[in-house]
Design a protein around this ligand. Structure first.
Ligand code: SDX
Length: 440
């Protein structure tokens, strides 16, 4: 894939000098369409015999990508060039999914076909029903998702050949289409309620609310305001550049693992409280804080290096400005709570006060810590009647679109090969075996 920038900019370079032996190496500087250039270090080890060292990859680009661009200093998020604010305002989740997957907004004909294809892949193989029954009723839904999504490879063999573009497309459609069914069945199973089946006449988000809250006993009417809010929340979570779970999917995919295994690995990575698990952790934190009077105590704990407590839903590796998704999420929070007659929700009140205090505290200002996408989502989900344990599953449902798009981009990039980082070895030098009877 040759990026637009590579075709027109003269060759710029960086020269490295190894002062321990005077050896030098000139490395190409590759420009992107926008954003920081990258220093192409591929010759580094062969030419200078040294590795780079970058735990957490704070300064390392792992790939070329044309899907999502984040300008963390200015709070900008683009999907295929379109600002997240415009997509959240004017688009819908499946249209954004099409854009992220295929690179362009669909025409009316393309959109109708794509929506129809996704709609008609939303049922799970009936045998998978029995997979859920192996879990305890109180199993964490992310554990269920890891298991069921990974096991889907055993049911959809005809879409596991990663070298066949048609099979890659079918696998992606199946995963995107079936995630609402998987997530809702994990929820229904935890309640001891019967599983609901997809309704093809409903939109993606309407169908998800139907799957989650309908029962066979009566007609369930989807609230259009809540369906629109859910659809916007899914848009906000669809993709986000090379975050931890997306990098996990790319690394798993680089070994040639099948798409279901790769997405299951992404779900596992997203589960962590520092990543997608933060929305669940925010609700737990707000519940623990309880009252505005206790906010200063928790702000103090967040600043105390001896206390592992962090302000969940605050801070971001890339955004050193307000996460644009958090602003849209806050607005959506007000819409949903107003619709549900909960505008005085104490949790929202507490969250707004916590945000106000933190944003005026030097510790957070100096470190450029702002609310991220996870700060408000849990308040909305709880107001909708979704239990805290399900929050990260909804994040995984939406992020499946980004994971599939990034996985596909990785497989079709000629530069890509199996991911295999090196290390700085700080262990013992070579030594020899000591028989048991001669050890101290
Ligand atoms: C997501 O990558 C993505 O794009 C992720 C995501 C996506 O869409 O995929 O955006 C989704 O994961 C959002 C982030 C959700 N996580 C949380 O809300 C958990 C709380 N946040 C922190 O754990 C933290 O901010 C991270 C993990 C998000 C980012 O951590 P970094 O980039 O490694 O930053 P850092 O730990 O080096 O922090 C820099 C400083 C440190 O203080 P000093 O050592 O400089 O004194 O800021 C402090 C940190 O202690 N800090 C916090 C803090 N976050 C950072 N202090 C208190 N509370 C916090 N939340």
């Amino acid at each position: 894939m040759t990026t637009k920038a590579e075709t027109k900019t003269p060759r710029e370079t960086v020269t490295l000098i190894d002062n321990s032996n005077g050896r030098t190496l000139e490395l190409p500087l590759l420009p992107g369409t926008v954003g920081p250039k990258v220093m192409d270090i591929r010759p580094l080890y062969n030419d200078l015999g040294i590795f780079t060292y970058d735990p957490g990859y704070t300064s390392t680009g792992s790939c070329k990508s044309a899907i999502t661009y984040i300008d963390g200093d200015n709070g900008i998020l683009l999907h295929r060039g379109y600002p997240i604010e415009e997509l959240a305002e004017h688009s819908d989740f499946l249209e954004v999914a099409y854009l992220i997957l295929k690179g362009e907004l669909p025409t009316a004909v393309q959109k109708t076909k794509f929506v129809g294809d996704i709609t008609r892949h939303s049922m799970l193989n009936e045998q998978i029903n029995f997979f859920f029954r192996g879990f305890r009723r109180d199993a964490h839904p992310m554990a269920v998702m890891c298991g069921v999504v990974g096991a889907m490879a055993a049911f959809y063999h005809d879409s596991t050949n990663i070298h066949d573009p048609h099979q890659r497309m079918i696998a992606g459609y199946r995963l995107i289409a079936k995630m609402p069914t998987v997530v809702s069945w994990a929820y229904k199973y935890s309640l001891g309620q019967p599983f609901m089946y997809p309704r093809n006449a409903l939109s993606y988000s309407e169908n998800f609310l139907h799957l989650m809250f309908a029962t066979p006993c009566e007609e369930y009417k989807v609230n259009p305001v809540l369906a629109r809010a859910m659809d916007r929340i899914l848009i906000l979570h669809a993709d986000h550049e090379q975050n931890a779970s997306t990098s996990t999917v790319r690394l798993a995919g680089s070994s040639g693992a099948n798409p279901f295994a790769c997405i299951s690995a992404g779900i596992a990575s997203l589960w962590g409280p520092a990543h997608g698990g933060a929305n669940e952790a925010v609700l737990q934190m707000l519940t623990e804080i309880g009252t505005k009077a206790r906010i200063p105590e928790y702000i103090g704990r967040a600043k105390d290096k001896n206390d592992p407590f962090r302000l969940m839903g605050f801070g971001h590796r890339v955004y050193k400005h307000y996460d644009p998704r958090a602003k849209i999420m806050q607005r959506t929070c007000h819409e949903v709570l107003d619709e549900l007659g909960m505008k005085d929700d104490p949790l929202l009140d507490l969250a707004l006060e916590l945000e106000h205090i933190a944003l005026n505290d030097d510790y957070f200002i100096e470190r450029k810590l702002f609310p991220n996408v996870d700060f408000y989502s849990g308040i909305i989900f709880q107001a909708m009647g979704i239990p805290t344990q399900m929050f990260t599953s909804l994040f995984a449902l939406a992020r499946t679109v980004g994971w599939i798009a990034q996985w596909h981009e990785m497989l079709t990039d000629p530069d890509q090969k199996i991911g295999r980082p090196r290390q700085l070895y700080v262990g013992e030098p070579m030594r020899h075996y000591v028989p048991l009877d001669r050890r101290g």
